[in-house]
Every structure is written in structure tokens, then in C-alpha cells.
Design a protein around this ligand. Structure first.
Ligand SMILES: [Ca+2]
Length: 153
């Protein structure tokens, strides 16, 4: 991966289109990962997974053994327009439960330095109301630290 000629760039453009997927979370675990995992992903990736489940369920997203270039290659998670997680460098074993029925996951890489990337398991779980204190609903945030609570206002 040290040297890229024009042909390699053309190939990565094709890959760019191939790594967008729609997933319906079910009772069976589904696994997603960066292209080639656990071998090096390719440069210039713009991958996206749109995960849905039906009403009455939440999506459980569990990240496995992962490594990316800390500055420039990132796994991000969104609920609607709100970013709920961002990971790079060495990570894994994070567990995120959505507040709603959809989750968008992106993986992006820049033009140089690749590692093995990320892997994650997806399953749906029956919806459980989040705990509340007064008018605040508690969310368990995926970042920056597991087990830390943030309140919406
Ligand atoms: Ca990179």
C-alpha cells in the first residue's frame, strides 16, 4: 500500500460505491467491517451503513477489535443528524444502544497509512425506556468514555 498508481485510485473509486449498504437489524447477529478486515482497508474510503429496525426495538451496535490511523481514518456513528460516536486509533468492545430505530455508521480513510480497520456486530433488542431524572433523559454515550452519562436539555 506504500505506492499508489492511477489504476489503484480507479479501483478505490469503485470500492467507494461498493461499501454503502442498508441493513435491517434482526434477532440474528449481523457483522459489518471495513473492507478487507482484518487485512488493511483501502485508502480514500467513504463507507456508509444505514441500519434500521422496526418500531418497538433498539439497535445494539457492538464494536470488536479495531485499529485505524488515529489522525485520519475514523468510524463515526449518527442518530439522525447527531453524531453519537467517533472512534480511531485502537478501540474495540464498545457497546452502543440506539435511542431510536435507526443508526448510520460511516468509515472514512484518507490517502495514506492503513491498518486492519473495524468490525462490529449488529442485533436488535426490545425497546427499553431510558431512565429519566426530572425532565432529563439519560443516554449512555459511546464516546468519550463508556459508562459516562450525558443529559439532553
Ligand atoms: Ca489513513
Amino acid at each position: 500500500m506504500a505506492h499508489l498508481d492511477k489504476a489503484s485510485y480507479i479501483h478505490s473509486c469503485i470500492y467507494f460505491l461498493d461499501c454503502r449498504r442498508n441493513i435491517t437489524a434482526s434477532d440474528v447477529i449481523q457483522r459489518i467491517s471495513s473492507p478487507n478486515y482484518p487485512l488493511e482497508y483501502t485508502p480514500n474510503l467513504r463507507c456508509e451503513w444505514n441500519i434500521q429496525t422496526e418500531a418497538g426495538y433498539q439497535i445494539q451496535f457492538t464494536i470488536g477489535d479495531s485499529r485505524t490511523e488515529s489522525c485520519c481514518d475514523k468510524l463515526r456513528m449518527y442518530e439522525g443528524t447527531q453524531e453519537v460516536g467517533e472512534f480511531s486509533n485502537t478501540f474495540g468492545s464498545e457497546n452502543y444502544l440506539t435511542a431510536n430505530t435507526s443508526l448510520r455508521v460511516t468509515f472514512t480513510s484518507d490517502g495514506s497509512v492503513q491498518y486492519k480497520g473495524f468490525t462490529a456486530n449488529i442485533i436488535r433488542v426490545p425497546y427499553t425506556a431510558l431512565p429519566t431524572i426530572g425532565k432529563y433523559t439519560l443516554y449512555i454515550a459511546a464516546v468519550p468514555k463508556l459508562g459516562k452519562y450525558y443529559c439532553n436539555s
